[in-house]
Design a binder for this molecule. Structure first.
Ligand SMILES: Cc1cc2nc3c(=O)[nH]c(=O)nc-3n(C[C@H](O)[C@H](O)[C@H](O)COP(=O)(O)O)c2cc1C
Ligand code: SF4
Ligand code: SF4
Length: 257
């Protein structure tokens, strides 16, 4: 079986996990962000000899709106595709892989496995969720070990099924989703940009997957109301001028590879 990866990753955690997985499975395997226009053609060309490794990061034990919209808008892409779902999370999702798996099955996908990986929390403006660099390094290293094991099992024809099945579904629903369902249903207008701190470098505007940030006439960043809470701009702003759920950036994290 050949593998190909696709992912949505706000701050690089999921991209890192998908690439680590692919690299251990087959060093020549390639991955694509769903933000890359090529991704549609790549998925279209897959056949029964391929497994698609599909990674995303959970939000409130749910799919980010951007990802849900992508999967739904391209429903015809998933028919008969063999898909292994990876869900990354800061702590807990219950059925992170199951959430995406159920949606893909609706469009005819065959789900071959699921994997849950803990990574540093991308919400960098909430003190309670941040850890030290050393703690984050340990978290990443544990997930990499878990991936190595998962790759071995997939190669042996016995893929992990984490996040799939009724037990996980109930854990995700009652653990979090039931109370926070509305959080990922609509766009957020809560992004705040501190105009005193902003130096107008434009990084946030160029990196936002929603095109939700522009530079205004004063050359400062200004946000609109189509944020899907990926936290990329919050973590990447060199001035720590952007906040979303919290009031102050505590400690940023962005994985380059
Ligand atoms: C809006 C939002 C909601 C989140 N909700 C959860 C959650 O319910 N459970 C969890 O364990 N992590 C949660 N996280 C943390 C991310 O899932 C986690 O840090 C993930 O690895 C980020 O991956 P990325 O860098 O690929 O975007 C949330 C992050 C954001 C931005
Ligand atoms: S990344 Fe930060 S400093 Fe740069 S334009 Fe955006 S808000 Fe301003
Ligand atoms: S405004 Fe920031 S957090 Fe919102 S979608 Fe764009 S990059 Fe992500």
């Amino acid at each position: 079986m050949s593998v190909v990866g696709i992912y949505f990753s706000g701050t690089g955690n999921t991209r890192h996990c998908v690439n680590y997985f692919l690299n251990r499975y087959d060093q020549g395997a390639e991955s694509y962000s769903i933000e890359d226009p090529k991704v549609i053609e790549v998925v279209k060309c897959l056949n029964e000899s391929h497994i698609l490794i599909f990674g995303y990061s959970v939000q409130y034990s749910n799919l980010p709106k951007l990802l849900k919209d992508f999967v739904t808008e391209h429903g015809e892409l998933w028919k008969n595709k063999r898909i292994y779902v990876i869900a990354t999370m800061g702590l807990f999702s219950g059925d992170g892989a199951g959430m995406l798996a159920r949606l893909l099955r609706k469009y005819g996908a065959v789900i071959v496995g699921g994997l849950h990986l803990r990574m540093p929390d991308s919400i960098c403006d909430e003190k309670a969720l941040k850890h030290t660099d050393e703690e984050d390094r340990i978290t990443i290293s544990k997930s990499e070990k878990k991936i190595e094991n998962a790759v071995k099992l997939l190669q042996e024809g016995n893929p992990t099924k984490e996040g799939l099945g009724v037990f996980y579904h109930l854990a995700g629903l009652f653990g979090q989703r039931l109370y926070f369902y509305n959080k990922t249903k609509n766009y957020s207008d809560r992004l705040t940009i501190n105009q005193q701190k902003c130096v107008g470098c434009g990084l946030c505007a160029s990196q936002c997957p929603m095109g939700n940030i522009t530079l205004n006439q004063e050359g400062k960043a200004a946000a609109s109301d189509r944020c899907t809470m990926c936290y990329r701009c919050v973590n990447r702003c060199p001035q720590q001028a952007i906040t979303l759920l919290g009031k102050k950036v505590i400690h940023t994290n962005y994985m380059e590879n």
